[in-house]
Design a protein around this ligand. Structure first.
Ligand code: SF4
Ligand code: SF4
Length: 377
């Protein structure tokens, strides 16, 4: 028998579950780092998701297959319900990481977080030099406070990652930053060159390192990795602007990570709100599973079918997934363009032009404040 088969429309493959949930609990933060990747339009406290919704999202994340939750912000400890959320994550079986500036923590709050089931603390430092750190964070005595908190984290038994964001104005102290990470007992040190989104894009000309600085930093990290091998892991995030190939931003669009903004928007990455033409779903209205499996915005740049010709024929297309959509949009006005960080992109000159900013005197920093965002636009 030769039965007529109905014609079938192509079915999009079911995506693998995300590995991690980036829970941006709030944009509130006592610090004012000009390199902050938060958007210029900072969300007000009144717009933030309530506790019950976050708890539901954590359960939905676990059901979807998420393994880790990163509590981030802004400053996540500014949320009065952080303890409840950490408990909720533990109940759901999620590994929880607190990404914090530390300045709002003390022994009691850290102990309570550890008891609630927190698994890991990632503490950010602006510099190894206290005066420079406080200048960059716009927060007096912040560095001293962070050193105290690092000791408390170690005393609590929680593993500690020390995070240093590096740029033109602090790279000369990279050796001291690595030493500091070692001294405070970090099991992991993250040296992250500024990635230019939101406030950091606004401050790019003041933060862009010179090539000489970058090469010295690369050599310093290589040497530290050898010296600390087997004791401390060093993660190194290089700046796209000097790269010949882009990074796999967020592990690829909607492949590994799901991001929830303070107001509940579900996004494939924290900067995706900057892209025009998307109606991002809100977790107040839809479940995380529905977002991941059916949202057209998440599907838009997932995989390789959307890619422009330079990427489609490239053997790196399933390595870097075409780079960063938000960077492509910020620099070219087209979110579907090949990331200009790639030397094969027809827009790569935009990166090389920006690097020239590093040879000019740095303009004044624009600090991350609601008021200054209004002034610069
Ligand atoms: S980068 Fe600085 S200002 Fe932005 S959230 Fe982190 S500590 Fe706050
Ligand atoms: S052409 Fe596209 S896939 Fe190939 S390296 Fe560049 S960004 Fe990556």
């Amino acid at each position: 028998m030769n039965a007529m088969l109905p014609s079938l429309a192509p079915v999009a493959p079911v995506p693998d579950p995300p590995l991690a949930l980036l829970a941006e609990l709030t944009h509130r933060c006592p610090l004012q780092c000009p390199y902050c990747a938060n958007p210029l339009d900072l969300e007000r406290a009144a717009a933030e998701l309530d506790t019950a919704t976050w708890l539901r999202v954590l359960d939905e994340a676990a059901a979807l297959g998420v393994l880790q939750v990163h509590f981030s912000g802004g400053e996540p400890t500014a949320r009065k319900d952080l303890l409840d959320l950490v408990r909720g994550a533990a109940r759901a079986g999620l590994y929880s990481n607190l990404i914090t500036s530390g300045v709002m923590l003390d022994a009691a709050s850290l102990g309570a977080l550890a008891d609630a089931g927190l698994d890991h603390v990632q503490l950010s430092f602006q510099d190894a030099d206290a005066a420079q750190a406080d200048r960059m964070g716009g927060y007096r005595q912040g560095h001293r406070k962070k050193l105290e908190v690092a000791a408390l984290v170690r005393a609590s038994g929680l593993p500690l990652t020390a995070n240093f964001v590096v740029h033109r104005q602090n790279l000369e102290r990279l050796p001291e930053m690595l030493l500091l990470g070692e001294e405070i007992g970090a099991s992991r040190i993250e040296i992250a060159h500024v990635q230019y989104y939101g406030w950091s894009l606004l401050n790019r000309a003041a933060l862009m390192p010179t090539r000489v600085q970058l090469e010295a930093a690369n050599a310093e990290v290589d040497a530290a990795r050898l010296r600390l091998h087997g004791r401390i892991t060093i993660d190194y995030v290089v700046p796209d602007y000097y790269a010949a190939r882009p990074k796999a931003c967020m592990g690829g669009w909607a492949r590994r990570i799901i991001n929830i903004s303070p107001a509940g928007l579900a996004l494939p990455c924290h900067a995706a709100e900057s892209l025009p033409g998307f109606m991002w779903p809100n977790v107040r209205d839809v479940s995380l599973g529905e977002v991941w499996l059916t949202d057209p915005g998440f599907a838009r740049y997932r995989g390789t079918a959307w890619m422009p010709s330079a990427c489609r024929s490239c053997d790196q297309r399933e390595v870097d997934w075409g780079g960063c959509r938000c960077q492509a949009f910020a620099l070219t006005g087209d979110a579907g363009a090949t990331d200009p960080a790639c030397a094969l992109s027809p827009d790569h000159h935009l990166m090389s032009d920006a690097v020239l900013e590093a040879d000019r005197p740095p303009p004044p920093l624009v600090y991350r404040r609601i008021r200054s965002a209004a002034l610069v636009r």
